[in-house]
Design a protein around this ligand. Sequence first.
Ligand code: SF4
Ligand code: SF4
Length: 472
Amino acid sequence: MYDPKSANAEEFISHEEVLDTLKYAQENKNNIALIDQIIEKAKLRKGLTHKEAAVLLDCEIEEKNKEIYALAEQIKKDFYGNRIVMFAPLYLSNYCINGCVYCPYHLKNKHIARKKMTQDEIRKEVIALQDMGHKRLALEAGEDPVNNPIEYILESINTIYSIKHKNGAIRRVNVNIAATTVENYKKLKDAGIGTYILFQETYHKESYEKLHPTGPKHDYNYHTEAMDRAMQGGIDDVGLGVLFGLELYRYEFAALLMHAEHLEAAFGVGPHTISVPRICPADDIDPTSFDNGIKDEIFEKIVACIRISVPYTGMIVSTRESKNCRERMLRLGISQLSGGSKTSVGGYSEPEPEEENSAQFDVSDTRTLDEIVKWLMELGYIPSFCTACYREGRTGDRFMSLCKSGQIQNCCHPNALMTLKEYLEDYACPDTKEIGEALIQKEIANVPKEKVRNIVIDNLENISKGSRDFRF
Ligand code: SF4
Ligand code: SF4
């Protein structure tokens, strides 16, 4: 039985409810009156239910689809302005005891180079990341209680936060590790993590079990209920995501929104972020062997429909996607972007020799962080290295209420300008710096409150004189 408040995965992601939703969406995909009504509701910027969103996803009326895209772009602007938050993944270890058939880290892959970084190697990686200009990391590790126990993850987080190299600092570590216990989530919370991210991969239980034939991840309920345990452990910023291409995208889309509704219903806080990875080539993985791959047009529609359904949630796209695809996604709803990413273990400080491939997937967008920063600014975006909320204790429902009321914008915009200024001073090449300085000058005028504007102007001046880490 479908129950968004239930603690049981099969009740808050009820298979029957997903099927009913898909049927309803198919029946109404040309129902102009209903579609208009849903679009009007979406314009209130309070979000949509999974049923309403599914109708828009299936909508076949070209004129209405144009309205959906335009609304997604508008909502993106209203909630996120022209800022894009930057981050990089850091792979600690690719040892893994699971059998996920879409990931080259699966246990049976004897071909891939297995690596686990020592704390010294992590130090080198973090210095390399700091030297690129990164301030926010997403930590990745395979599931392996012997090689990657929680103590190893905690020690690594501690190492990362402790490194102060030149003007660099990693100020927020988000963590993407396997589903674990409430006690371990408490430990992660105490270690000062930002968001806990766990991709569901697929919400379709039967497919899930086939795609995860062996290892602890095989347990669908344990995996799907992980965010509940994370919340119980005190982590109130959690990040959802599915791997598009494994199952029918319409199924995943509806279930993903049901998961967001569940978190709202059960804990009063929706997901902090939603990631939209698509399956892509990797060591022994050929994406064409999965028959649910989605074309760019469908992918765009998914991003636009998520944007208007959960306007307050940050959306992330990684370097799995090409430059052109990312450009379109940014307009439709993406608010966070990785840049200069390496998806191998230890790939930042030294390039990996070809015969030692340890990467989780092949990167499509191979540009450096500086190239991406420059490109974003040329497109009119402000690359932001802001990490202020988590450091100011603005997490969970505190963050959401500021976000939903739109007040968070008063922090995001000035923080984006100040952290971009730090980047320009410390890491940018001359061309990027020139474009960035002009952008900051132009954007200062868009800080609405005079008092805040004057503080920003002072802080920018102090940053050029060598001070760092100002924030609202
Ligand atoms: S997706 Fe995660 S759990 Fe599965 S094989 Fe890869 S690293 Fe291991
Ligand atoms: S102020 Fe908070 S919400 Fe805004 S960019 Fe910074 S960390 Fe994100």
